[in-house]
Design a protein around this ligand. Structure first.
Ligand code: AMP
Ligand code: MN
Ligand code: MN
Ligand code: MN
Length: 278
């Protein structure tokens, strides 16, 4: 069960990835992924496409989503695995969560203009295509196109983050809301890339306990965002809190992402895989 090549976290053009759901299915299949999940940010418009493409290729698929949450004074991402994309409660919750992204984008653009970078809103929109979701990633790609920064990585060091131009604080869903919506849609809630949050040990303990209390079930142990030392650290956390463990590349783009689909170490054998629930 642990030894299967499952990749339960990645993004398509429907949010801030650059491959279509169909192209992701093909790439996952080519890379030897046996079970995958498309987890676009706050949007499930790609689910049917991902499912249909997977069926044609003969690769197992679980519908997914990555919800933006405001908790502990920062943005936390909660992944929902095995959700029903037709569930009205989840659909409405995600719509609410996406609300305000356009206004936020306009304010981000005003800040960038103030430091001599005009046209960022229209520029970012172009990278977002006709999709429903405008993300900081689209602004980052615009800043690379304009040669303000050499890579999106460099953008997220000098712009669009707290204390730098183009950062706008935003209220996302609450932790409890995100878990409630995922549960309502029959899915399992998983804390995404826990190693990325700037929290003290005490705050982490608080986050894990309130997540479990809300009905959350899992935590990402093997993710493209973790170092090998963090694989071990979060394997221990999974044991300690009795979390189900997940594995996902968080793949967005061939050049921007560190880890390709399915190219991660396997889940440690002493952990309960989140996919054993489905
Ligand atoms: P948003 O939901 O609009 O705030 O955008 C968040 C997205 O920006 C994430 O999903 C990542 O794709 C990207 N992002 C955030 N921080 C970084 C970072 N340090 N390096 C690369 N990408 C980042
Ligand atoms: Mn992203
Ligand atoms: Mn994330
Ligand atoms: Mn992600």
């Amino acid at each position: 069960m642990n030894s299967i090549n499952a990749d339960l976290h990645c993004h398509s053009v429907v949010s801030d990835g650059t491959l279509t759901p169909e192209a992701l299915a093909v790439r996952a299949h080519q890379n030897g992924v046996e079970l995958w999940s498309l987890t676009d940010h706050d949007v499930i418009g790609g689910q049917q496409r991902a499912k249909t493409a997977s069926k044609e290729l003969g690769i197992r698929y679980l519908p997914g989503v990555e919800i933006s949450v405001s908790s502990m004074g920062q943005t936390i991402h909660i992944v929902g695995i095995g959700i029903d994309p037709e569930n009205a409660i989840l659909i409405e919750g995600l719509r609410k969560t996406r609300d305000g992204r356009s206004e936020r984008g306009q304010e981000m653009a005003r800040q960038l203009e103030a430091v001599g970078i005009p046209g960022a809103y229209e520029g970012a929109l172009k990278f977002a295509g006709n999709q429903e979701l405008l993300s900081r990633t689209h602004f980052a790609r615009f800043l690379v196109e304009k040669k303000v920064c050499s890579s999106t990585d460099a953008v997220f060091k000098n712009y669009l983050i707290e204390g730098k131009p183009g950062y706008v604080e935003h209220r996302w869903a609450t932790l409890t809301e995100s878990v409630d919506w995922i549960k309502a849609a029959g899915g399992a809630a998983v804390i995404a890339h826990p190693g990325r949050y700037r929290l003290t040990d005490l705050q982490k303990d608080e986050l894990y306990k309130s997540f479990l209390l809300a009905g959350g079930l899992g935590i990402e142990v093997i993710t493209g965002s973790h170092t090998p030392a963090q694989y071990e650290e979060y394997a221990k956390i999974a044991k300690q809190y009795d979390f189900y463990a997940s594995r996902g590349s968080d793949f967005h783009d061939l050049n921007e992402s560190y880890i390709d689909l399915g190219r991660l170490p396997l889940l440690p054998t002493n952990l309960k895989p989140i996919w054993s629930l489905f």
